[in-house]
Each structure stands twice: as structure tokens, then as C-alpha cells.
Design a protein around this ligand. Structure first.
Ligand code: BES
Ligand code: MN
Ligand code: ZN
Length: 520
């Protein structure tokens, strides 16, 4: 599918020769007497008045509908016109964060609707036009939303009609000559990364294995001279002393590994890297502490963190952002077996600290803690881990905000801001010492799950013990990265948050994150 932005004026959009002209517009203005619609548009263009005059029924009724598909397109060259009601419109750069968030959400809904209509008709070429194109941020957000909603997981259905309908050949976004064109390359690079994230996340455990992650990381590296991939295998991990990491995959037939991707995009190759670590448990049965069957199939999504990190790396090589980033996929499969690790086991981590296993189902923190210690050797500017870590996250924040825990007030603020800016929000949780006590163990330095405690926070407390002197942040994405229990619906979150954060980093590589207690 080809996407382009072209100079098509809203006033003259009637001349647009297309299968379907999509008009995002406020219906109160269209059918009522709201005098002015946007800064520059005072009255309805002629073509639009002509199209509306041929509509049957009461205009006041039409004004209440969400959309109208018109095939009598008098006054316009389009074969069909799809009017989409934006209700009210808010200038994205000027409104408060909450309003901007809602505007983006409604754009996402419009985009989903637009795609399903185009697929159903079906249509080969479409043109999207809006009188709000003068707002560059709005047009960019519209483009992002359209691309996001165009994603289809290919899946494994075999009937011909279930093959993904790759029918739409081109989409044109129309903007006035004097307005800023949306940055299509940027949008496409983001779309590529998000789609890779969603593909990996949606793939089942028998396909997307730790080796599949390793292969994907190698393929990305072969595409760009800025990226090198090193895959540490199980023998190497064991030899290095990553006792917690290796224990998690011990019960699985799938070999454990740890793909490490070095992206060097900064002019200064010695610029400290930002390390991203993604939890990539390709299937989480819970291990010997076996999960209950209902819903266990959702644990194919227990690698959404790893998928997001992989997606980010794909976008980085496409855009060649001038920063240095190391992407680590902490990947293994958590299975019960004669060789599996068990509750009561005491493991020695790469940091030297020992862990008493209370539950083999608290496995994410075990792969992450060793990956965090491993990352220290690069003297990174920051370590950020992303993980579907706890069911408690879903209970606390649901699907709206990722849970942020950090040892650095400055890093935490930057990530929260990136979340607000991108509409991919996070919310900070405390990891005070008061919470740390529940990790006390009688025999080891700590236990891997807290006693009778808020699970998301104690998981964060556990990880904090492996951050050393590095500014570190943890994002629990159990509730945000996929829709629990509804088929193949990976959201790609927190891709947008991380990308907004990295974009800001690339603008000023003078990182100033310092370790200090987070006082939220
Ligand atoms: N992968 C799960 C967390 C999870 C649950 C992610 C639901 C997405 C949806 C994680 O490995 C896990 O099992 N966590 C346990 C931790 C507990 C044993 C301390 C949990 O949350 O119950
Ligand atoms: Mn688990
Ligand atoms: Zn898990």
C-alpha cells in the first residue's frame, strides 16, 4: 500500500478523482449553523454543499450520526464520499494533555472505522481530507492512526477468503499547499516498528520461541551497518554466572538464549547507551508453580516487552536516530519438567546476590535481574526494562497506564512526559524501602515474590536491587500491551512511549539522569 501526502485543498477536494473521498469534519458545522469550522474555513465549499443537498432525510438527523457513506456524489469527482463526524476538534499542540489524549483516541476510532469501511466496500484508492489539516500535529496523528489501524495479523488461517485483504493500493492525505506535509517517512518507520512488535507478540509460543527472537535480531542486524547482534547461548549464560536467567528455561525443550543488539547511531560512538531490556518469556506456564488452565493461553503474550524492544530497534535502524541504544531480549520458555527449577530452590544471580524461589511463576524478574546486571558492563546512561511482569498491574492500573517504577526522579519524569506526549501513558508507583521488607528470605539474600503484598510494587522492588548505580526504570505492561482474553490483539504498547523518549534523547544527548529516590 502506498501512502502519500498531496496538496489537495479542502475547498477544492471535490475535484479529487478517487474511489472514496473520506472527509473528517464536524457534523454540527456541516448540518447545523455553527458559523466557523476551522481557522481558515468560514463557509462550506461548493462541492460539499452540492453533495449535501442531494442527501435524503432531515439534515438535523444527519447531524447526529457518526458517519455517512454517500454514493450520490453530485458536485464531486469521487465515486463515494465517506463523511466522518469528528464532533469537536482540538488543536493538538495547544490543548492540555488530557484533551490531546482524547483527540488521539477518537482519531484511533475513526481510523478503525475508515479501514473497515474501505475493506468492506472494497476500495482501491482513497483520499482523506480534513479542514483541520492546518494543524500539523493533528495531521501527523491522523496518519499515525490510519497506519496503526491498517495492521492485520496474518495468522494461520488457510481458507482463501481469510487471506488478508491487501486490496487497498493507495491512500492520499490531502493538505493545503501552504500547510506542513505530514512526515510520512517518520510515520512509516514507526508503523514498521509497531507492526513488528504486534506480529511477534501475536505469534504463538510454538512459533515465537527464544530462537525466533534471536533470528529476528540477526535479520535486523543484517539490514543495517548501525546494528550488530550478538546471541548469547545457554552455555555462555551459565558460564557467565547468570544462574537466575538460566533456571527459568531449564524445564523447556526450547534452548534459552539472550539476544543483545547494539545500535550505534550517534556521531560519537562512545556516547553512553540507553539500554532497553524486554521480558521475552515466549510462553509462561508458571513452571512447577503451574498456572490454572483458564486464560493460560494468554501467556503467549508474556513476551510483549521483548517484542516492543525488537520493534524499537527496527524503527531505529530505519530512521537512523543519532543515539546509541542497546536492546536486550531476556527470553526463555517457562515450563514444568523433571529438569525445571522448583519452589524452595536457591539461585545465584550474576550480581552475586542469592534468591530463594517462592514461586516459579515469578520468573520474569529472574531473567530481567541477570540481564540488568549484564547491562552494567556497558556503563549505560540508563537502563529501562519493559515487562508483562505481574497480574497485579492489571488489578492496579488496568489497560490504561503502564506501571512505572524507578530509582531516578529525572528519568522517571522524562518517561512520564514521553507517555503523556505520545498518548501512551504510564503512572508512577512507589518502591519505598517499606515495601522492600516483604522480600526478606530466611536463607537467601531475598525471595522472588513478596509475602502478602502489592505484587506490582514488590516486583519493582526486586528489580531495583539489580540496578546498581545506573539510573533505571521499569515499566510493567501486563495490562497495557495486549487485551487480556480477546484473541490476537497486541497493542504495541509501550512502543510509543519509548519512541517519544528516545526521540527526545536524540535531540539532546547530554543526558542528566541521576539516581535519587522517586517521591511520588
Ligand atoms: N507473566 C505473568 C504476569 C501476567 C499475568 C502477565 C497476566 C500478563 C497477564 C508473570 O510471570 C506472573 O506469573 N506473575 C505472578 C507473580 C507472582 C507469582 C508473584 C503474578 O502476577 O501472579
Ligand atoms: Mn509467571
Ligand atoms: Zn511471566
Amino acid at each position: 500500500m502506498k501512502i502519500e501526502a498531496r496538496n489537495i485543498s479542502f475547498v477544492k477536494a471535490g475535484a479529487c478523482n478517487t474511489d472514496c473521498l473520506i472527509v473528517l469534519v464536524d457534523f454540527d458545522w456541516l448540518f447545523g449553523d455553527t458559523p466557523q469550522h476551522s481557522e481558515s474555513l468560514l463557509s462550506k465549499p461548493q462541492w460539499l454543499t452540492a453533495v449535501l443537498s442531494a442527501l435524503p432525510g432531515q439534515q438535523s438527523e444527519s447531524s447526529k450520526s457518526k458517519h455517512l457513506l454517500i454514493s450520490e456524489t453530485l458536485g464531486s469527482k469521487a465515486k463515494r464520499i465517506l463523511l466522518v463526524n469528528t464532533n469537536n476538534y482540538n488543536k493538538l499542540a495547544e490543548c492540555d494533555a488530557d484533551t490531546a489524549h482524547k483527540t488521539r483516541q477518537s482519531l484511533a476510532r475513526h481510523a478503525t472505522f475508515i479501514w473497515s469501511t474501505l475493506f468492506e466496500l472494497p476500495v482501491k484508492k482513497a483520499c482523506v481530507i480534513t479542514p483541520f489539516a492546518e494543524d500539523h500535529h493533528y495531521t501527523q496523528a491522523l496518519l499515525d492512526a490510519l497506519l496503526f489501524a491498517s495492521y492485520r495479523f496474518k495468522g494461520f488461517k488457510t481458507s482463501p477468503e481469510s487471506k488478508s485483504p491487501d486490496y487497498i493500493k493507495s491512500i492520499i492525505i490531502g493538505v493545503e499547499q501552504n500547510e506542513l506535509l505530514p512526515d510520512i517517512d517518520l510515520a512509516m518507520a514507526i508503523h514498521r516498528g509497531k507492526s513488528l512488535t504486534r506480529d511477534l507478540a501475536n505469534l504463538p509460543g510454538n512459533i515465537c520461541t527464544p530462537s525466533y527472537f534471536a533470528k529476528t535480531a540477526e535479520v535486523l542486524a543484517s539490514e543495517s551497518p548501525l546494528l550488530t547482534t550478538e546471541v548469547l547461548d545457554e552455555v555462555m549464560l551459565k558460564k557467565m554466572g547468570m544462574g537466575a536467567y538460566v533456571a527459568v528455561g531449564q524445564g523447556s525443550e526450547q534452548p534459552t538464549c539472550m539476544p543483545v543488539m547494539h545500535y550505534k547511531g550517534a556521531e560519537d560512538p562512545d556516547l553512553p547507551s540507553i539500554v532497553l531490556i524486554g521480558k521475552g518469556i515466549t510462553f509462561d506456564t508458571g513452571g512447577i508453580t503451574l498456572k490454572k488452565p483458564p486464560g493460560m493461553q494468554n501467556m503467549i503474550y508474556d513476551m510483549c516487552g521483548g517484542a516492543t524492544v525488537m520493534g524499537i530497534m527496527a524503527t531505529l535502524i530505519t530512521l537512523r536516530l543519532p543515539i546509541n541504544v542497546i536492546g536486550i531480549i531476556a527470553t526463555a520458555e517457562n515450563m514444568p519438567d523433571g529438569k525445571a527449577f522448583r519452589p524452595g530452590d536457591i539461585l545465584t544471580t550474576l550480581s552475586g546476590q542469592t534468591v530463594e524461589i517462592i514461586s516459579t511463576d515469578a520468573e520474569g524478574r529472574l531473567v530481567l535481574c541477570d540481564a540488568m546486571t549484564y547491562a552494567q558492563q556497558f556503563n549505560p546512561a540508563a537502563i529501562i526494562d519493559v515487562a508483562t511482569l505481574t497480574g497485579a498491574h492489571i488489578v492496579s492500573l488496568g489497560s490504561h497506564a503502564s506501571g512505572l517504577m524507578s530509582n531516578s526522579q529525572t528519568l522517571s519524569s522524562a518517561l512520564l512526559e514521553a507517555g503523556e506526549l505520545s498518548g501512551d501513558r504510564a503512572w508512577a508507583m512507589p518502591i519505598w524501602d517499606d515495601y522492600q521488607e516483604s522480600l526478606d528470605s530466611f536463607a537467601a539474600d531475598m525471595r522472588n515474590s513478596g509475602s502478602n503484598s502489592p505484587g506490582m510494587i514488590t516486583a519493582g522492588c526486586f528489580l531495583s536491587r539489580f540496578a546498581g548505580n545506573t539510573p533505571w526504570a521499569h515499566l510493567d505492561i501486563a495490562g497495557t500491551s495486549f487485551q487480556y482474553g480477546t484473541g490476537n490483539s497486541a497493542s504495541s504498547r509501550p512502543f510509543s512511549l519509548l519512541f517519544a523518549f528516545l526521540s527526545q534523547c536524540s535531540e539532546s544527548t547530554n543526558y542528566q539522569w541521576t539516581i535519587s529516590p522517586v517521591l511520588y
